[in-house]
Design a protein. Structure first.
Length: 172
């Protein structure tokens, strides 16, 4: 034990030179930061194609909402998720876009109907009050639009889950 006290504070006393033998290699130079969105893949669709698809999805949602098909945001999100595997957009970009598509597609017929004098505001107040929320029309309409957004994002998630990932993307 006295031999160990004599080694304290001296060079090599703590066996730090043996770290390399334990699997810790030499200090590597840091690699340059490459953001994920900067990857270039050959199968990317242009932004204009995505925007046209989202606009078409919003129009389809609005038309179907007008005739009472409440499930259409889910179907449009499913189509966007299936198309996104080919398009190659990252989820952090596509999810907000799909959410906006669902919100615009569902809110547009509600807004146009309210402008024509349909009683959407009164119905929204009753729905909000029955849900235990403040009895304002904006709360009821916001809740309705939120349901459409959740449907669209759920459809997008399912569409991405159903399409296989390309082999070259598995380990990136």
């Amino acid at each position: 034990m006295t031999a160990e006290f004599r080694r304290l504070g001296k060079r090599g006393a703590y066996r730090l030179g043996q770290l390399r033998a334990q699997g810790v290699g030499e200090h590597r130079r840091p690699t340059a930061f490459r953001p994920r969105f900067a990857r270039h893949r050959a199968h990317h669709w242009p932004v204009s194609a995505w925007l046209l698809g989202l606009l078409a999805g919003a129009v389809v949602i609005a038309a179907a909402t007008r005739i009472g098909w409440w499930f259409t945001p889910f179907a449009a999100g499913l189509g966007a998720g299936l198309a996104n595997r080919v398009a190659g957009w990252p989820a952090r970009t596509a999810v907000p876009a799909v959410a906006a598509m669902g919100a615009v597609g569902w809110a547009a017929p509600l807004w146009l109907g309210a402008l024509r004098g349909e009683p959407y505001g009164a119905v929204a107040r009753v729905i909000a009050a029955l849900a235990g929320l403040p009895g304002y029309a904006a709360v009821g309409l916001g809740l309705t639009v939120l349901i459409a957004v959740v449907q669209a994002i759920t459809g997008y998630w399912l569409g991405r889950a159903l399409t296989p990932r390309p082999a070259d993307d598995l380990f990136r």
